[in-house]
Design a protein around this ligand. Structure first.
Ligand code: HAM
Length: 426
């Protein structure tokens, strides 16, 4: 074991990579705010009941994957496995239960005790959106269209969108019975997980990955046809709106999603640039119950896995990790020159410039090597002789030319030179 590796399923994000993460977050903020969404930051941990009640005791996430612990006062807390339940807990303090709409987005770490694999982490990061308080097919369609627009904006124009409907809660009884009858007569040939799912949560059979079960799933009855006319009309309107918005989709009757709070529209976005973990984003409309409340919060939203977005970007060669260049490097020979350089660096940095310099005694050659490594366009060289003459040598790295600049004009000259060279790079 490498001694300083982070725990399995977690990762360190170094500065160059962190730039890519910030780019994703900035693009999300830019796109979502055009649709009227504002950022909401909620705690990383919540009372365990928020997830137990919110996601439902039967979901795999709640049963097997939560990081739950007791705090010093003996209260059970859980690291958030997803963002929706915490966001609903926060928004329930507003007027959403009275039909007042709230549009929020969030990004940050989520925690699930899953088996780590490429694209599957125990600490992963989501960018998510929730539109809460209102129910309308056009809201669902707008939300999906916004997700596809965000993906285009970050250089992923070719993701595949699948949609389905889960109907409303009263539809689930008859449709669930239809599926139980069908799978019940075949269950002896199906996997042990599906045997357990038959009574507990028959819908989960639809996304079983086992070969033996897939062949039965493929011929499962059309349960959507048994949904109420109202639910089917809702779904038709979502589809019509997506078509009107020019959003391409495939209807996938096997798409039920892993969380139990969904009603009506569900959707998932996949990309071939990922390996086994093909889902880059998923979401849908939901009715989420909070502890102690018997009226659910209604909303629609989605979350995209940031690690997976970055993997797709890698495959498509967009948003590469690259360090911001350092335009100016200050070379100092001798203690007095270093001190003068430290002062000048402070002034330039306060003026908004990225500056690097050597703060210890090192040879001229070594300092020039550092200047090259930093990608400096200009290097300022000062030693005792220059200090005495109240000048500095300014070297243009591109052509090796040098000029003497009086100390008093050094700050302005460097500002001017770097602005010119930034302009010529555009
Ligand atoms: P979810 O499908 O569980 O939905 O997660 C959404 C996305 O998070 C997935 O499509 C995937 O990209 C990413 N993801 C999930 N688990 C992992 C993991 N272990 N490692 C890496 N990435 C992962 C939700 O979480 C819902 N709260 C979405 C939602 C919001 N529905 C309505 N509003």
């Amino acid at each position: 074991m490498a001694t300083f590796a982070p725990p399995p399923g977690t990762a360190d994000i170094f500065p160059e990579e962190a730039r890519r993460w910030r780019n994703l977050e900035a693009a999300a903020g830019a796109v979502f705010s055009r649709y009227g969404y504002g950022e909401l930051r909620t705690p990383i941990f919540e009372y365990t009941e928020v997830f137990q009640r919110g996601l439902g005791d039967e979901t795999e996430v709640v049963q097997k994957e939560m990081y739950t612990f007791l705090d010093r006062g003996g209260r059970s807390l859980t690291l958030r496995p997803e963002g929706t339940a915490g966001v609903m807990r926060a928004l329930s303090n507003t007027d959403v239960l009275n039909g007042v709409e709230q549009r929020v987005y969030y990004h940050g770490p989520m925690f699930r005790g899953e088996r780590p694999a490429a694209g599957r982490r125990r600490q992963f990061h989501q960018i998510g959106v929730e539109n809460v308080g209102r129910i309308a097919p056009l809201i669902d369609a707008e939300c999906i269209a916004m997700l596809m627009e965000f993906l285009r904006e970050i250089g992923i124009p070719d993701a595949k969108l699948s949609i389905n409907t889960r109907g409303v809660m009263p539809d689930r009884g008859p449709a669930g019975q239809l599926l139980r009858d069908y799978f019940g007569s075949r269950i002896h040939e199906m996997c042990d997980d599906c045997k357990a799912r038959l009574e507990r949560n028959v819908w989960r059979i639809l996304d079983c990955k086992q070969e033996a079960c897939r062949k039965f799933v493929a011929d499962a009855p059309d349960y959507v046809a048994s949904f109420s006319a109202e639910s089917r009309a809702y779904f038709d309107e979502v589809k019509a709106a997506l078509t009107a918005l020019g959003v391409e989709y495939t209807v996938d009757p096997l798409l039920v999603r892993g969380l139990d709070y969904y009603v009506h529209t569900v959707f998932e976005v996949t990309h071939t640039g990922l390996g086994a973990q093909t889902a880059i984003a998923g979401g849908g409309r939901y009715e989420l119950f909070l502890p102690g409340q018997n009226r659910p919060v209604q909303g629609v939203g989605f979350a995209a896995g940031m690690e997976r977005l970055l993997m797709v970007q890698d495959a498509l060669k967009v948003n590469p990790a690259k360090e911001e260049p350092t335009p100016v490097y200050l070379v100092g020979l001798g203690a007095a020159a270093r001190m003068a350089n430290l002062k000048l660096a402070g002034e330039l940095r306060r003026a908004g410039m990225k500056v690097a310099l050597e703060l210890e005694e090192r040879s001229f050659k070594a300092q020039l090597r550092s200047a090259n490594k930093a990608g400096a366009s200009f290097t300022v060289v000062r030693g005792e002789a220059e200090l005495e003459k109240k000048i500095a040598m300014v070297k243009t790295m591109a052509d090796g030319s040098q000029s003497e600049v009086p100390e008093a004009g050094l700050f302005d000259t460097l500002l001017k030179l770097t602005r010119q060279s930034a302009g010529s790079n555009i």
